[in-house]
Design a protein. Structure first.
Lengths: 422, 325
């Protein structure tokens, strides 16, 4: 790896600048600025983020997507990167790279390695300095429930798995190697692990080191700072976390200590409800995380062209509008939620499934998901004119809903062609 | 009848001979769920040291983090996880292990552990689907259940609606893992046959054991779901044939309409989409995509073109018609 090691810093900087000069899509090239007192290389170096700043960043609507410096790595990253985890379409990754998203986040274990293999098919056709690749390795001796590393933990397992990952990716080094899924300080500071991570970096197999955490994040982030070895933390961070203020504080400390901060799970579960009928505003959720200037980039996962376009729009303008802020308030179900008490069923002369109809009404009007509302209606096998032959409606809803009016309203949705419901 | 229903028939047939925790579960009756502990057979020389623990769709993230998304796409129902330990394997070839117990004496035991994760999906085709998402591109198949493969310290296979993953700690001898998997496979109910829809793909030029099932967002398009794609290589051209199963004819027509709309075909033309037809779409993400549809089936080809591609797509369509009979 000596050759790789020699390439690691100076040549990468040179290649990065060359890539820009060569006229590659400018937003698609990873540029590096030096840190820790070294001379700044990139002319496009941004100012370091202010730690613990609560203010929102100024609106950015320039042609050049905003970038932030990923802590001491010095890499200027677009504020939106790609969580490749669930993507199995190499064309989507190519489209993301062409669109200016050049930090790709994968893991040794995603799709049992198929995710890294898929990325390898894309990256073989790209200049090495045109993308930043982060992968993660997990230790088999990590108790996933408790976060404890067993006494038999071998740090060497990290290097063994990284070697496999490099082969899958078709690369001789990754830019960031994360220790996957950490949730305890003791595990983050495990000496055998730190020793191997240090060696992996020294040998040039990973330019920078990091860890990922989605549980007990503040403790883990602070341990990463304490270890003085990690360059990056990858943390869950979203508006629905009960402890998001704690995470915010830890993230600020990490940024102040020079660590790069990458946010994940910004989409906060994607849906408000367990039934997955009420989607969260993904644009707003992503922008919410990016409001924190100590978050240097986020890695939303996307599987479709539509989702990519949504994220590219955020990349260009991350300003969280007032409407978007409001959309992050949980749906108000008061006035819509039928508890299914069934008191309406007996009085209804047409024997309509009124609780189901009220649920459909809720999908359409509270969740604004007309596809789900229509699908439910069609499953119910309703007569053509459900209330048509009735005179005065004898149903009295325990919640006070105007059942007749709501039924008449919602059943009309059956006739709307599906392609007009989206 | 759909793909899933056809597969269900096989589930019932094969399961008669399978050893199962309950007669109903053995018959593969819909809605019948074996108890987690009954999925884990007694193994001579092995005992369960940890578990069984059950994870649901709501808690799977606690166990496999973001990897849960893939399983949820394939209608994951529950996961039964346990660790078997064998204290009698010890010899100088095996490392000493006392994983998971901080107060045990590491020098007192020499043992091998196998972690067993049994993922149960809604049905057999979905279990096979998630398996195809994780199966390595180049691997030697193992005749365990529908199919399996081994790599380094792990072995995976699928039986009926179960996708099973085994990880071995403490020995590099795969001879320990494979017989364990074979025994476990015989105890699980469900089909040992691959999904019937795979049989409609023409044999000429097909790359074997490379089919991939996708539950949603096929080709990066949110309106294409429940797809099977199979790679082909003919005369130096690499392309995939695919089949998408709609809920019904209207669902398929909706897919075609949306695809044409995405490709900026005329709205007037879009109105003419009938219950069957064919077209070529210029997909901004995937290039030229050949499409044919009839009833609830949408099929076609994507990636590189070659002279034989159209003939193969036509043959695929004819085979699909046979599937409906």
């Amino acid at each position: 790896m000596s050759k790789t090691k020699k390439l690691q810093r100076r040549d990468f900087l040179k290649l990065g600048a060359g890539g820009l000069a060569a006229g590659a899509f400018s937003a698609g090239c990873a540029t590096v600025v030096s840190t820790q007192g070294e001379k700044t290389i990139s002319a496009q170096a941004a100012q370091p983020p202010k730690p613990a700043a609560a203010a929102e960043p100024a609106p950015v609507k320039s042609a050049e997507p905003p970038r932030r410096i990923l802590g001491r790595t010095g890499i200027q990253v677009p504020i939106v990167s790609m969580g490749v985890m669930n993507a199995d379409n190499p064309n989507l990754v190519r489209a993301a790279l062409d669109g200016g998203i050049f930090l790709l986040d994968t893991a040794h274990g995603y799709q049992d390695g198929r995710n890294e293999e898929m990325l390898g098919t894309v990256l073989k056709d790209r200049k090495r300095d045109s993308f930043v690749i982060a992968t993660k390795v997990h230790l088999s001796t990590l108790d996933r429930k408790t976060g404890v590393l067993s006494p038999e933990t071998r740090g060497e397992e990290i290097e063994e798995k990284l070697d496999i990952s490099l082969k899958r990716l078709g690369l001789d080094h990754v830019d960031i190697l994360h220790l996957h899924n950490q949730s305890l300080r003791e595990s983050v500071l495990h000496q055998s692990v730190l020793k191997v991570l240090e060696r992996v970096k020294r040998d040039g197999k990973a330019r920078f080191l990091g860890l990922s955490t989605h549980k007990n994040e503040p403790e883990v982030i602070r341990a990463a700072v304490e270890a003085k070895l990690y360059d990056v933390v990858l943390t869950s961070y979203n508006f629905r976390q009960d402890h998001h203020l704690e995470v915010q504080k830890a993230v600020a400390e990490a940024a102040q200590a020079g660590l790069g901060v990458v946010a994940m799970k910004t989409q906060a579960g994607v849906y408000w409800d367990k039934e997955k009928k009420s989607p969260i505003n993904m644009t707003a959720a992503l922008k919410w995380a990016l409001r924190d200037p100590n978050v240097h980039t986020a890695i939303p996962g996307f599987n479709t062209l539509d989702q990519l376009q949504t994220d590219l729009a955020v990349l260009r303008d991350p300003t969280l509008t007032n409407d978007e802020k409001r959309s992050l308030e949980a749906p108000k179900l008061v006035g819509f939620f039928c508890q299914g008490c069934g008191e309406c069923l007996e009085p209804c002369l047409a024997k309509l499934p009124i609780p189901d109809l009220m649920r459909s009404f809720m999908y359409a009007h509270a969740y604004r998901n007309r596809e789900a509302a229509q699908a439910l209606l069609l499953e119910l096998g309703l007569p053509e004119s459900p209330c048509g032959d009735c005179g005065e409606c004898p149903v009295r809803c325990a919640k006070g809903f105007d059942v007749r009016q709501r039924v008449r309203d919602i059943v009309r949705l059956r006739a709307v062609p599906r392609e007009f419901l989206g | 009848m759909n793909i899933l229903a056809m597969h269900g028939g096989l589930v019932a047939l094969i399961a008669i001979t399978a050893t199962a925790s309950s007669p109903a579960a053995a018959r593969g009756e819909p809605g019948t769920v074996a108890q987690p502990s009954s999925l884990l057979p007694k193994m001579a020389g092995w005992k369960i040291s940890d578990g069984p623990t059950t994870y649901t769709p709501e808690t799977l993230f606690e166990y496999i983090d973001g990897g849960a998304d893939l399983f949820l796409q394939f209608d994951f129902q529950d996961l039964t996880s346990a660790t078997y330990v064998n204290d009698g394997v010890g010899n100088d070839k095996h490392r000493k292990l006392s994983r998971g117990s901080h107060d045990s004496d590491p020098s007192a035991t020499t043992r091998v552990e196998i972690t067993v994760d049994i993922y149960r999906h809604k049905d057999a085709i979905r279990a096979f689907g998630v398996y195809t998402q994780e199966r390595p591109a180049a691997t030697t198949p193992l005749p365990i259940g529908v199919e399996g493969y081994a790599a380094q310290d792990h072995l995976e296979f699928v039986v009926g609606s179960y996708y099973v993953k085994l990880v071995q700690l403490g020995s590099k001898q795969m001879s320990l893992l494979r017989p364990f998997a074979e025994k476990l496979a015989t105890s699980l109910p469900g089909t040992r046959e691959p999904p019937a829809v795979l049989k409609v793909f023409p044999e000429r030029g097909k790359l074997v054991r490379a089919e991939k099932l996708t539950a949603r967002d096929f080709l990066g398009q949110p309106f294409l779901h429940n797809a099977v794609a199979v790679p082909y290589q003919i005369a130096g051209a690499n392309f995939r044939l695919f089949v998408v199963e709609g809920k019904d004819s209207a669902d398929v027509r909706s897919m075609v309409l949306r695809y044409r709309s995405l490709a900026k075909l005329s709205a007037a033309g879009a109105d003419s989409v009938g219950t069957q037809g064919s077209t070529t779409v210029k997909d901004p993400l995937n290039g030229e995509v050949l499409l044919q549809w009839k009833g609830r089936w949408l099929w076609g080809a994507v990636d590189q073109t070659c002279a034989e591609r159209q003939a193969l797509v036509d043959e695929l369509g004819r085979n699909l018609s046979g599937l409906d009979k």
